[in-house]
Design a protein around this ligand. Structure first.
Ligand code: NAP
Ligand code: GLV
Length: 301
């Protein structure tokens, strides 16, 4: 088997060494324009040229959970598209969300260098709503439950998660939102979910709403959030992803007193875990076995 590797940033050598160690019988190299035809590709954010030159690829392994960037390209039509499933990202997401949730509701960010007593917290006043109950959202919901916050969840198809009141589909969205004060977005970016965090949906949150967006920037209509922060309906937001990344200098989020910005780091791709997962799937495919994490192109995730 011949495998191509591509990532736009970072050094390819540790990835190549790791993949070669896991798949000693395979011929594995970094993609260069004009590379001979391969069977599979392991990649993140490749140029269209890679696919134009490699229409015979049988499998494409994305080095991330989100497939939105890849699905914008013209992909080899018969290739199996496989995304990362957790691979060490879910625990990072759980840490990130719990950090900003607790920091907000306990008012830790308002306490710096001031000796001010705060009234005790009533967790029942801060129900957390998780949009997207997949690999990452379900782990986040479990982690938040450990801190005894009420948790509601929303997915495309009905899901059953212990301790979580779940809603599904468009019909379930208004009720899910009306029961939520701290909203966490962990949806994939698809035609159905683009701009889903807008004046109408955020306006349905309980007063004093707080948004934690760790999915994709294009889920959020940024000016709608700003308007709701200004009106006081929303109390704040922790944002890890943006419509334009890096977030441009001078963007109102940078210095907004109610907004915390992080540079798309809530769930980083971890090299060893990712290599192990992808190599395991390549071995399974070679044995003719099915693998999990295959993306449905029509559905967009
Ligand atoms: P996943 O396992 O595919 O889960 C996606 C969840 O979203 C599922 O529960 C799915 O519903 C739900 N969903 C999809 N479309 C929906 C719709 N139209 N309405 C309601 N629910 C919908 O994905 P994941 O691995 O958890 O990753 C989620 C996203 O996180 C990725 O796509 C990526 O964009 C983002 N991400 C961000 C970072 C970062 O560093 N910021 C890192 C990793 C991932 P069903 O359960 O019914 O299928
Ligand atoms: C990162 O944003 C990912 O989709 O894995």
């Amino acid at each position: 088997m011949r495998i191509l590797f591509y990532a736009p940033t970072g050094k390819p050598d540790p990835w190549l060494a790791g993949l070669r160690a896991q798949l000693p019988a395979a011929e594995i190299e970094a993609w260069q324009p004009g590379a001979p035809p391969a069977d599979a590709a392991v990649l993140w954010s490749p140029p269209q040229q890679l696919f134009d030159e490699q229409p015979q690829l049988k499998a494409v392994f994305n080095l991330g959970a989100g497939m939105d960037a890849l699905l914008k390209l013209q992909l080899p039509k018969d290739a199996l598209l496989v995304r990362l499933e957790d691979a060490g990202m879910a625990v990072q997401m759980a840490e990130y969300v719990c950090h900003y949730l607790v920091r907000h509701v306990r008012e830790f960010d308002q306490l710096e260098n001031r000796w001010v007593f705060r009234k005790p917290l009533d967790r029942a006043e801060f129900p957390v709503g998780v949009m997207g109950l997949g690999q990452l959202g379900s782990r986040v919901a479990q982690a938040v439950l450990q801190f005894d916050f009420p948790v509601v969840g929303w997915s495309r198809t009905p899901r059953d998660l212990p301790g979580v009141k779940t809603f599904a589909g468009e019909a379930g969205l208004p009720e899910f939102l009306s029961q939520t004060r701290v909203l966490v977005c962990l949806l994939p970016l698809t035609p159905d979910t683009r701009d889903i965090l807008n004046r109408d949906t955020l306006g349905r949150l309980k007063p004093g709403g707080y948004l934690i967006n760790v999915a994709r920037g294009a889920h959020l209509v940024e000016e709608d959030l700003l308007a709701l922060l200004d009106s006081g309906h929303m109390a704040g937001a922790a944002l890890d992803v943006f419509r334009t990344e890096p977030l441009p200098a001078g963007h109102p989020f940078w210095n907004h007193p109610k907004v915390t910005v992080t540079p798309h780091i809530s769930g980083r791709t971890l090299r060893e875990e990712s290599i192990r997962q992808i190599a395991g799937k390549i071995r399974a495919l070679e044995r003719g076995e099915p693998v999990a994490g295959v993306v449905e192109r029509e559905r967009g995730y």
